[in-house]
Design a protein around this ligand. Structure first.
Ligand code: UDP
Length: 234
């Protein structure tokens, strides 16, 4: 039973399979129903949502200044967080968006104390705008907020159902790894989560669970302790 977690969803998860759609409400409401069930069992849930359904800095045209491209990426995560926070409201749960940069009255500025106060009240906090700096990813902020808030697990919901020993898209014999040490991710430079995030989890001893978002009730099952996906031990 996890007391407090950070759950990372990619931006693409919000769009689902539909082409040309930024938000698919049937998917988002399904995610919220699972998060509600997890919270009802006593787990405090904070979220990091990516921005890939709008924009990714690293995929921008190479002529573009990467700093500017990443700024757009960070703002994309803010739009996603505002949308999902409102979807939580429509489902009877208060959710607050916190950012490390000031975005006027649209979001709260992140502070450990206020984030914890929301979580203690049974509210959701969504961390948006990443680290507030370019050249980082939403994986890194997931690990950083997890470390700051003393969470007992980081949950990465991915389009793939865990970590493989090779790319399953190109190698049909690639095998899923059930358990891997954070130390080995760092040592072998495995592209499971980004290196800065893996280092922090390793250093702060925060377990990481990487699982497939598209499997039935996977958030509830992973947070409930079922052995799905890949567990990164520390
Ligand atoms: N980003 C950034 N700094 C951060 C976090 C994110 O510059 O600390 C930018 C970066 O351009 C990234 C984009 O925000 O591509 C969206 O985040 P991410 O690619 O992690 O989203 P996802 O792929 O999970 O949807």
């Amino acid at each position: 039973m996890y007391k407090r977690i950070v759950l990372k969803l990619s931006g693409e998860a919000l769009a689902g399979e539909k082409k040309g759609v930024t938000f698919d409400d049937s998917i988002i409401w399904g995610l919220i129903a699972q998060i509600k069930a997890v919270m009802a069992k006593g787990t405090q849930v904070s979220l990091v949502i990516g921005g890939g359904n709008f924009w990714r800095g690293r995929s921008a045209d190479s002529k573009m200044d990467r700093t500017k491209a990443d700024q757009i990426g960070m703002l994309a995560t803010v739009m996603n967080a505002i949308y999902v926070a409102d979807a939580f409201r429509q489902n009877g749960i208060k959710a607050f968006v916190q950012t490390p940069i000031v975005i006027g009255t649209m979001t709260e500025q992140f502070s450990k104390e206020s984030a914890l106060a929301h979580l203690e009240k049974g509210e959701v906090v969504i961390f948006a705008a990443g680290m507030g700096h370019p050249f980082f990813s939403t994986d890194t902020i997931t690990a950083l907020r997890g470390a700051e808030l003393d969470v007992d697990g980081l949950f990465f919901a991915k389009s793939i159902d865990g970590v493989y020993d090779d790319d399953p898209a190109t190698n049909p014999n690639a095998k899923k790894i059930d358990c891997i040490r954070a130390e080995d991710i760092v040592k072998n430079n495995l592209k499971v989560i980004d290196m800065a995030a893996a280092n922090l989890c390793f250093e702060r001893k925060i377990p990481v669970i990487i699982f497939g978002l598209n499997e039935e009730n996977s958030i509830m099952r992973a947070v409930g302790g079922e052995k799905i996906g890949t567990i990164v031990t520390v």
